[in-house]
Ligand binder design. Structure first.
Ligand SMILES: *[C@@H]1O[C@H](CO)[C@@H](O)[C@H](O)[C@H]1NC(C)=O
Ligand SMILES: *[C@@H]1O[C@H](CO)[C@@H](O)[C@H](O)[C@H]1NC(C)=O
Ligand SMILES: *[C@@H]1O[C@H](CO)[C@@H](O)[C@H](O)[C@H]1NC(C)=O
Length: 310
């Protein structure tokens, strides 16, 4: 009895040690964040072990864990019709609000999920519920794109997939089939999906036949640059639970099919150091002290990492 009490106490202490991580006092539900971080961290460690044992790529393993916990089959409800199909060979899940007689043509959102170009799926409960809610509340057709992920494909194949699926959807006969108003189409995405949505927007603008097809671009905490990993935000949140700067840079390296040996160099901005001529002009435009208000930059000091600048 006594020994099992000791064992239990030891296990609880061990679990608390594993779960506990310092979080800023401004976080409203610190234990929820810590628990989520511990679960994600645990899944990452299991995936790394699977990779180490040669049983599979760690990102495939991690995505398998994430999706199996959270997968939802395509279930239409009374108010939203859900269909899994493909647009020009790219898998998509389409959510259609039911027809309203007073509004025969619907709005539309092309949605691109996040997950570091390597994780998650339009078929996850999280994204399924988001798109269902959008379809219902906007009376819209939501096209949620299941682009291929790292390590199956790398940059720029993810962009090619979202461009291909969207161009297919924007054809007049396809819009007509889904009863979409061609003047009210939006592209959107979160995180890595925000990055892909921004790239998609740029591609569509360059295509004279498609230039005026998209009315709106709505990016949710998008990833928009890889030149400077020492922005005020990266400095302030470098060790934030779930997505630390180190993990973020690793997702970039994976996306480019690079080598993790570069991660530390990228964290100190050596990949865009000021002795690289092409980088100088770009970096000169990114003066956060002049671009951002002091309330955001806070204690920011520019990290100018270069052999000549030091
Ligand atoms: C960054 O570059 C400088 C200058 O070349 C070098 O001294 C330093 O070791 C590099 N740091 C990393 C982490 O690669
Ligand atoms: C950035 O802008 C600030 C404020 O305008 C200025 O003082 C600073 O010299 C600039 N830094 C660089 C590297 O240009
Ligand atoms: C930023 O500076 C303020 C005062 O200048 C200080 O109170 C605060 O602790 C600093 N924050 C960090 C993260 O260094």
């Amino acid at each position: 009895m006594r020994s099992s009490c000791v064992l239990l106490a030891a296990l609880v202490a061990l679990a608390a040690y594993y779960v506990y991580t310092p979080v800023p006092s401004s976080v409203s539900e610190p234990w929820k964040l810590m628990l989520l971080n511990a679960v994600f961290h645990g899944a990452q460690q299991v995936s790394d072990l699977i990779h180490y044992l040669g049983l599979g790529h760690h990102l495939l393993a991690l995505n398998f864990i994430i999706i199996s916990v959270d997968k939802k089959s395509a279930l239409s409800s009374a108010r939203v019709k859900v269909t899994d199909t493909d647009f020009d060979g790219v898998e998509v899940r389409v959510f259609e609000g039911l027809p309203k007689p007073e509004e025969p043509l619907k709005r539309s959102v092309v949605y691109i999920h996040g997950g570091g170009w390597a994780l998650a799926s339009a078929k996850m409960r999280h994204y399924d519920e988001l798109c269902t809610a959008m379809a219902e509340e906007l009376n819209a057709v939501i096209v949620s794109i299941d682009y291929r992920l790292v390590p199956k494909v790398y940059f720029p194949e993810q962009i090619h997939d979202v461009v291909r699926a969207t161009k297919h959807f924007l054809q007049p006969e396809v819009l007509q089939k889904y009863m979409v108003d061609p003047g009210r189409i939006c592209i959107s995405g979160d995180s890595a999906g925000g990055n892909l949505a921004a790239a998609l927007g740029q591609q569509l603008i360059q295509d004279v036949n498609l230039r005026n097809k998209v009315k709106l671009q709505a990016l949710i905490y998008p990833i928009l640059q890889a030149l400077d990993f020492n922005t005020p935000s990266y400095q302030q949140n470098a060790n934030m639970p779930i997505l630390s700067r180190y993990v973020m840079v690793k997702y970039w390296v994976d996306y480019f099919k690079g080598n993790y040996d570069f991660v530390q160099a990228m964290i100190v901005n050596n990949h865009t150091s000021l002795d690289v001529e092409e980088a100088t002009a770009l970096r000169a435009r990114l003066n956060w002290t002049s671009l951002l208000p002091a309330s955001i930059t806070k204690n920011y000091t520019a990290a100018v990492s270069s052999s000549t600048a030091e």
